[in-house]
Write a protein that binds this ligand. Structure first.
Ligand SMILES: *[C@@H]1O[C@H](CO)[C@@H](O)[C@H](O)[C@H]1NC(C)=O
Ligand SMILES: *[C@@H]1O[C@H](CO)[C@@H](O)[C@H](O)[C@H]1NC(C)=O
Ligand SMILES: *[C@@H]1O[C@H](CO)[C@@H](O)[C@H](O)[C@H]1NC(C)=O
Ligand SMILES: *[C@@H]1O[C@H](CO)[C@@H](O)[C@H](O)[C@H]1NC(C)=O
Ligand SMILES: *[C@@H]1O[C@H](CO)[C@@H](O)[C@H](O)[C@H]1NC(C)=O
Ligand SMILES: *[C@@H]1O[C@H](CO)[C@@H](O)[C@H](O)[C@H]1NC(C)=O
Ligand SMILES: *[C@@H]1O[C@H](CO)[C@@H](O)[C@H](O)[C@H]1NC(C)=O
Ligand SMILES: *[C@@H]1O[C@H](CO)[C@@H](O)[C@H](O)[C@H]1NC(C)=O
Ligand SMILES: *[C@@H]1O[C@H](CO)[C@@H](O)[C@H](O)[C@H]1NC(C)=O
Ligand SMILES: *[C@@H]1O[C@H](CO)[C@@H](O)[C@H](O)[C@H]1NC(C)=O
Ligand SMILES: *[C@@H]1O[C@H](CO)[C@@H](O)[C@H](O)[C@H]1NC(C)=O
Length: 556
């Protein structure tokens, strides 16, 4: 919470004597967001109890998001709501005897507690209890809500309303039971020994260092930080990290650690039984590859979509943010309302404007998003469709990498093609011809942007060695390379890379290794999807990293 804005908004901290808590002001309401049905998995149960209290969040219209995107600097000028917007929303709340607090550094998010019956009146909503058949999760949501007509230009969205809690499908895929791994992990020169070959190649820091020319010397700039997010009660264990480093990075201190940042009640209990394989994978590969870059584990409480927003608002306000943010979680784009998706995406543009490179996994369901669906149309993932993040796909097989069949890629239905990728994407669409016509949105933002190896990663979890695969593996790998480039850049007196995509598609594209084989045919009939091609493609993006070549292209 941010006291400066509380002062500015104090005019609506009202203590009106009229005890008509149910009465809401009558204005001409217009539908603001709606959906036909609850998302798959959720079934309507009962009306929500009228006196259950909802914690609503209101997103105020930001003053100039176009300016934010074109300038990507001096963020506050663009996203701080105008005085007219603040007073319009505040007047409406005051009329209804509601008291809000400010959630974000620039005041574009407010929060208030309100009982269901009053929220139903205020927003012409029908908050009901929905139950997820698979998980048993109960949630209070509405399929539609309205806001006063005269607030349309001021109130971007209200949440939670039509966006349902995310299904927890983010954990990496475990393909194999643990193998006993016996080899000299210190041997970085002999790829056969370190990596193995073929589809069964084992992956570990030594092999990735070999494959992508990643330096093993320690980073030195104390300002250079990398952050890894932890959602869905995934907890990273220092003890597992210590075992991992002892095995795979014998030359660095096995007591190298990550620090904990706690957001919205996020915790990180160090009890082996609460180890999270995703959190362990992410921290082990970042600490193991981004040698001596200080690593933060940002543990965020709450539902996934709320947690994404809370993370972005936290990093938008923190004094010395990490230069790189790596996130290996995502969901189907249609699981989140377009208004909320755009709001979160603009928050990533704010982070880019602060010099933070924001990387997300593209997803592990090929063209079918996070679910192995029939694919009557391909399912894009969120937030990979957001143009202001870098989406990372996955490759497999050595010595010549190919796209991994689970590597999600495709085209957003929420965002159009950003200018930085139009040349690369139209070249691909020309090659594609009529393949997959009608199954994807050719005018959408295309992803992934890049890729990295993503199968058979060795990790420690609850003290045991496991082998795991997914874009959850490739994302911390690529993010670590960005962190090491930033170390050399900042040591040379240059700026960290910040928002990567315009650079990736121009100056850096020839410093990535183009992946030209493989596909992501992951619909349930197994015959439809995209193929990797020469140049950008929706399986492996522009290709895999090559540290030496990237450093050279950046003048290092
Ligand atoms: C509104 O919130 C402020 C700050 O949390 C609190 O001091 C005040 O009592 C609240 N007023 C009402 C009417 O709830
Ligand atoms: C509101 O939702 C309840 C279930 O919670 C349903 O029975 C009722 O028909 C809905 N009302 C309207 C007006 O849609
Ligand atoms: C460990 O350090 C030695 C000596 O500097 C070096 O030859 C070797 O390649 C390093 N091995 C690893 C795994 O970093
Ligand atoms: C590389 O490692 C493999 C497997 O351990 C071994 O058979 C081979 O002799 C090694 N090659 C060299 C040049 O050391
Ligand atoms: C590791 O980085 C810190 C700054 O964060 C630096 O002071 C230290 O010298 C580095 N360690 C090595 C071995 O270079
Ligand atoms: C760790 O978790 C287990 C199971 O939840 C519990 O029984 C045990 O007491 C915990 N240990 C510690 C040290 O908290
Ligand atoms: C597989 O599903 C896709 C998408 O619905 C469809 O276009 C294609 O014809 C199907 N293939 C087969 C062999 O059924
Ligand atoms: C396709 O993408 C465009 C650009 O983002 C969007 O305007 C359009 O609504 C999308 N079409 C569908 C069917 O989602
Ligand atoms: C078009 O689809 C065929 C298989 O149906 C595939 O062999 C070919 O590579 C595809 N073309 C492109 C550019 O993906
Ligand atoms: C990586 O880049 C270096 C320097 O440009 C080049 O010599 C090397 O062949 C590249 N490696 C791969 C796998 O392309
Ligand atoms: C990218 O290329 C342009 C034009 O060649 C150049 O002006 C710019 O400095 C390069 N950017 C970086 C970060 O190297």
């Amino acid at each position: 919470m941010f006291p400066i804005l509380l002062v500015a908004l104090s005019s609506f901290v009202v203590c009106n004597a009229i005890p008509l808590s149910l009465q809401v002001s009558r204005r001409n309401l217009v539908v603001h967001e709606s959906r036909e049905d609850a998302p798959s998995g959720f079934a309507l149960s009962t009306p929500a109890s009228p006196d259950s209290v909802l914690s609503l969040r209101l997103a105020l219209v930001q003053s100039d998001t176009d300016g934010l995107i074109s300038a990507l600097n001096d963020v506050a000028n663009f996203v701080t709501p105008s005085a007219a917007t603040v007073s319009a929303v505040v007047d409406w709340l005051t009329e209804n005897e509601l008291n809000a607090t400010v959630l974000s550094p620039v005041g574009d998010w407010l929060s208030l507690d309100i009982p269901v019956n009053k929220a139903n009146e205020l927003l012409a909503a029908n908050y009901s209890v929905y139950v997820n058949a698979q998980t048993g999760l109960q949630t209070i949501r509405t399929l539609s809500y309205s806001i006063p007509e005269d607030l349309q230009e001021h109130l971007a969205l209200v949440h939670p309303t039509v966006t349902f809690p995310s299904n927890k499908q983010h954990a990496p895929i475990f393909l194999a039971s643990p193998k006993s791994v016996t080899r000299d992990v210190q041997d970085l020169v002999n790829a056969t020994a370190v990596c193995g070959y073929g589809l069964a190649a084992w992956m570990n820091p030594g092999c990735l260092q070999y494959l992508y020319n990643i330096p093993i010397s320690p980073a030195t700039n104390p300002l250079n930080k990398i952050a890894v997010t932890g959602y869905d009660e995934e907890y990273a264990q220092q003890a597992d990290l210590e075992k991992f480093l002892a095995d795979y990075r014998p030359n660095i201190s096995s007591t190298a650690k990550f620090t904990l940042e706690s957001v919205e009640g996020g915790v990180n209990p160090q009890n082996s039984s609460q180890a999270g394989s995703e959190a362990n994978l992410d921290t082990q590969y970042v600490v193991g590859l981004a040698t001596n870059v200080s690593t933060q584990f940002i543990s965020v409480g709450g539902d996934f979509f709320d947690a994404l927003l809370d993370t972005a608002n936290f990093l938008a306000g923190v004094d010395a943010p990490p230069y790189v943010l790596s996130t290996s979680y995502g969901d189907n784009e249609d699981a989140i309302s377009q208004r909320l998706a755009i709001n979160i995406c603009n928050a990533y543009a704010q982070l880019g404007a602060r010099g933070i490179s924001v990387l997300f996994s593209s997803g592990d369901g090929g063209v079918s998003g996070n679910k192995n669906s029939e694919c009557t149309s391909f399912v894009p993932t969120f937030p990979s469709g957001c143009p202001y993040i870098t989406s990372v796909g996955a490759t497999t097989q050595l010595p010549t990498e190919i796209g991994a069949d689970f590597s999600s890629g495709g085209f957003s239905n929420y965002w159009g093609t950003p200018s930085y990728q139009t040349t690369a994407v139209s070249a691909y669409l020309d090659k594609l011809g009529s393949n997959n016509t009608g199954l994807f949105n050719a005018s959408g933002r295309a992803y992934p942007d890049v890729s990295a190896y993503g199968t058979n990663f060795e990790i420690y979890n609850e003290g045991n060695l496991l082998i795991t695969s997914g874009t959850s593996c490739s994302t911390p790998t690529f993010a670590s390379i960005v962190a090491l480039l930033n170390d050399q850049l900042t040591t040379a007196g240059k700026s960290p890379l910040g928002f990567l995509n315009p650079l990736l598609y121009s100056n850096l594209s020839s410093s990535l290794t183009d992946i030209v084989d493989g596909n992501n045919l992951a619909c349930s009939n197994g015959t439809t999807g995209f193929y990797a091609t020469e140049g950008w493609d929706p399986v492996t993006g522009l290709g895999t990293p090559n540290f030496t070549a990237l450093a050279t292209a950046l003048g290092l």
